[in-house]
Design a protein around this ligand. Structure first.
Ligand code: PRP
Ligand code: MN
Ligand code: MG
Length: 179
């Protein structure tokens, strides 16, 4: 275990099993179709990479990188696009892939933005849901785990850009968050 970690919330086996189930569910729901997985960088990178290996319909991927306007923890819900999609999604079956839904502000923006581009369908898949923190409702179609309101890292999720590479979801020791 990483020395900065206080406790592991979801270990590798637990995550792998759930990701496999989500892949199977998506495979069933999209039989005979092809899908475009849109990963939201950077957090969703690892989840998307594992998830797509359990999907058995024709799968494409693209990525967007976004950043909330405003400093610190106060999220305005206004999102700036740092990297846009490479191609049009018009007429395609799109699944937005996130690592975590917290306030919901990032996803609300993403959903409105994607809808305006005319996809054939649009769904949301997230590894983690933190419902206690929600400010705006977003319809989650595929959810890995609902978790309590604790700051978590690992499996793509960062604290000041660190810890994304941990293979599990964990809570850091309090002294690490204090800096
Ligand atoms: C995190 C996370 C989600 C978003 C969720 O991304 O990966 O994208 O915040 O928060 P919300 O529901 O309150 O909008 P972050 O902006 O930290 O960027 P990152 O993915 O590059 O870490
Ligand atoms: Mn993110
Ligand atoms: Mg982050």
């Amino acid at each position: 275990m990483h020395p900065h970690v206080e406790k592991i919330l979801l270990d590798e086996n637990h995550i792998n099993e759930r990701v496999r189930q989500l892949g199977q569910q998506i495979t069933q729901d999209y039989q005979g179709e092809s899908i475009l997985m849109v990963g939201i960088l950077k957090g969703a990178m690892i989840f998307l990479a594992d998830l797509v290996r359990h999907i058995e319909v024709t799968t494409f991927f693209d990525f967007m990188a976004v950043s909330s306007y405003g400093a610190g923890t106060i999220s305005s819900g206004v999102v700036r696009i740092l990297k846009d999609l490479d191609k049009s999604i018009e007429g395609k079956h799109v699944i937005i892939v996130e690592d975590i839904v917290d306030t919901g502000l990032t996803l609300r923006y993403m959903v409105e933005n994607m809808k305006s581009r005319g996809p054939a369908s649009l769904k949301i898949c997230t590894l983690l849901d933190k419902p206690d923190r929600r400010k705006v409702e977003v319809p989650i179609d595929y959810n890995g785990f609902s978790i309590p309101d604790e700051f978590v890292v690992g499996y793509g999720l960062d604290y000041n850009e660190r810890y994304r590479n941990l293979p599990y979801i964990a809570v850091l020791k309090p002294e690490i968050y204090k800096g």
